[in-house]
Design a protein around this ligand. Structure first.
Ligand code: AMP
Ligand code: GLY
Length: 423
């Protein structure tokens, strides 16, 4: 079959790399893609939220499966757009329907879902500008630090953690009254702060059944020792060494199963990935957030470990017979290290030539913010390349990635040399 992957990051290059290995995949397209996907597929110049543009391409190329990488099109209802169009109804879309995508599109919706289904999560209340004073009063009842979350999508920037009560009140006002994150912060969830170590759990579901993918840990801060500004993710490790059988069982019983059962009970149709952000408090897993997609860069460490044909899995998701598929995982550890543009996550320059990729032998380099220009590969985003390696443990895998990175060069290149430092 002909398959279209939507997105343009390292996650989508990884999807393309895996899907292109499947004998079930005939022609592969990526929209809009990057230099990495261009080497495996045909890139289509259409944006992930241009549904009419996507429709034209799907019909023109007889595409029968669409795999959605980022959250935006899902939260905007791409699944429903296909379902409601007689010309597109036959196409399998891998992702949740719009109603279910609210798990990522609205923090309040996610919290209500978690409470309704008795899934462990931090205590919270939500506020709008009409009850700002009540928000201040709620902050007074909490111990610092204070966690403020814009309700809507804010490109990963909508969560503020503040140690000072007056600053927290000021930021609450900035979000609600002065639209700090635009419409996304017209409602704010204020949450109890949880102190612990984070990990991410990835689930495949067809809406009835589920399969667990490997866990991963990502490193969000730009600076070594987890300091400085938040980024989209500077590296990832899979599996997470502390996620032993006992913990995985707790996560499955208390979080994954009630989540999938909850989707069914609440009639929230879901055929795709669920990415559950967890924090361990006294060895107990607590949900921090849901995402309705795979993580980036977690995908670059998780998917290479998947031995099963991904297209076969997607077909089973579409037909709601995921229970019939065996998911085989490589027991080795995979790690990925992100190479980023100088200045990222603040302002940075683009268009820098990337060299040395051909010299990398023992790692897989997934392109993220990179594109082809005049016969060269140049930077086109903040996160540029994800260098993935396998190893018997995370240290040996990292060693391989760091050796491979020595070959790769571009002006201003930056990366964290301490991925896994806390494990
Ligand atoms: P989110 O977008 O909800 O995942 O939040 C972004 C990051 O903020 C998370 O990865 C955590 O590091 C942190 N965070 C979110 N909620 C909490 C919380 N209740 N307690 C402590 N840290 C949190
Ligand atoms: N790496 C975090 C995310 O994809 O949201």
């Amino acid at each position: 079959m002909n398959i279209l992957i939507l997105g343009s990051g390292g996650r989508e290059h990884t999807f393309a790399w895996k899907v292109s290995q499947s004998p079930l995949c005939n022609a592969l397209f990526v929209a809009p893609g990057n230099s990495g996907t261009a080497s495996l597929a045909t890139n289509l110049d259409v944006s992930v939220t241009d549904f009419e543009g996507i429709k034209k391409q799907v019909l023109a190329h007889a595409i029968s499966m669409v795999v959605v990488g980022p959250e935006d099109p899902l939260v905007n209802g791409i699944y429903d757009f296909f379902m409601d169009d007689t010309e597109l109804q036959h196409v399998a879309v891998i992702g949740p329907q719009k109603a279910a995508a609210q798990l990522e599109g609205s923090k309040e919706f996610a919290k209500e879902f978690l409470y309704r289904h008795n899934i462990p999560t931090a205590a919270y209340e939500s506020f709008t500008k009409d009850n700002l004073e009540a928000g201040y009063a709620f902050l007074e009842t909490l111990k610092p630090p204070y966690v403020l979350k814009a309700d809507g999508l804010a490109a990963g920037k909508g969560v503020l953690i503040l140690s000072d009560i007056n600053e927290a009140k000021q930021e609450l006002k900035n979000m609600l009254v002065d639209s700090k994150f635009g419409a996304a912060s017209s409602k704010v969830v204020i949450e109890e702060f949880l102190d612990g170590i984070e990990l991410s759990c990835f689930v495949l579901t067809d809406g009835k059944h589920y399969k667990l993918l490997p866990t991963a840990k990502d490193y969000k801060r730009i600076g070594e020792g987890d300091t400085g500004l938040n980024t989209g993710g500077m590296g990832a490790i899979s599996p997470v060494p502390f996620a032993d059988e006992v913990l995985l069982k707790k996560i499955e019983d208390r979080i994954v199963k009630p989540t999938v059962d909850g989707l069914l009970k609440d009639q929230l149709p879901y055929k795709g990935f669920i990415f559950i952000g967890l924090i361990m408090v006294d060895s107990e897993p607590i949900v921090i957030e849901y995402n309705v997609r795979m993580g980036d860069p977690e995908t670059e460490a998780v998917l290479p470990r998947l031995k099963t044909d991904l297209v076969e899995i997607f077909q089973a998701i579409d037909k709601q017979c995921l229970n019939e598929v065996d998911i085989e995982i490589d027991p080795q550890t995979a790690v990925t290290v992100m190479l980023v543009s100088g200045g990222y996550p603040e302002a940075y320059e683009k268009g820098k030539e990337i060299t040395g990729l051909d010299k990398v032998e023992n790692s897989i380099v997934f392109h993220a913010g990179a594109n082809n220009k005049d016969g060269k590969i140049v930077t086109s985003g903040g996160r540029v390349m994800a260098v993935t390696s396998f190893g018997a443990d995370f240290k040996s895998a990292l060693n391989t990635s760091y050796k491979s990175i020595e070959h790769i060069k571009f002006d201003g290149m930056n990366y964290r040399k301490d991925i896994g430092f806390d494990l």
